[in-house]
Design a protein around this ligand. Sequence first.
Ligand code: PGA
Length: 227
Amino acid sequence: MKPLLIAGNWKSNKGIAEAKEWVRQFNAKCQMLNAKWDHITVVLCVPFTLVYPLKREISQLRLPVQLGAQDVSPFGEGAYTGEVSATQIKELADWVIIGHSERRKYFGETDEVLMQKVAQAKAAGLKIIFCVPDDKTPIPADVDVAAYEPVWAIGTGYADTPENAATVIATLKQKFSIRQVLYGGSVTAENVVSFVAQPAIDGVLPGGASLDAAKFFDLLTAAQSIP
Ligand code: PGA
C-alpha cells in the first residue's frame, strides 16, 4: 500500500471546548469502526491555543493523530512580541505548515521570510509542510513535504483536476528534488480517492473537510481504500 500523509488544517477555527468535542467524536468513530490507518500518517494542524489541550486529549485516548502548528516565527526565542518560536512548538507538536497562501496573502510573507522560517523549524527538528500555489514558486532545500495548493481552489469547492494536480506535483518533485508532495484545495471525502490514486500525489491537505470529525473520518476511510 502506498504511504499517505493527510494533514487537516483547522486555520483560525475552534475554541478548546469545540476541539475536545472534535476529538471525542473522532475517537467514537474510530472505536465503533475499529479504524486503523495502517499506511496513513494523520496530522492535525491547529491554532497555537489548541496544541496543548489537543496533545493531552490525543495522548490520553492514544489516537493515531500527530499535531502540527500552522506557522512559526522566523526568529529564535527572544524579544519578538507575539511570535511563537520553533523550539516552543517542538515541545508540543511535530509538524508545522510554512508558506500557506493565506500567510503569503494576508501577512505579506515573502520567499525570504519563509526561508528563515524553514531554517528555524528545521533546526528545532520540526517536520515541515511547505505550501506553494504553483510549480514556479521556490521550495527551500530543507523541506520534508511540500503541498501544491492552487489559490483558486482553496475554500471554493472547486478542486483542481487530479490529472493537473499530478502533473504540477511531478514537476515540483523533479525541479526541487522533493520526495513527498500533497495536494490541497477543496479536498473532501468524496474526491480524495481521485487525488491519492494518482501515483505522483502522496497525500492531501484538507481545510474545511477537517473541521468536522465525521467528515474527516470519512475522508481518511476513503483514502485508506486505495491499493
Ligand atoms: P480547503 O483548504 O480544503 O478548505 O480548500 C485547504 C487549505 O487551505 O489548506
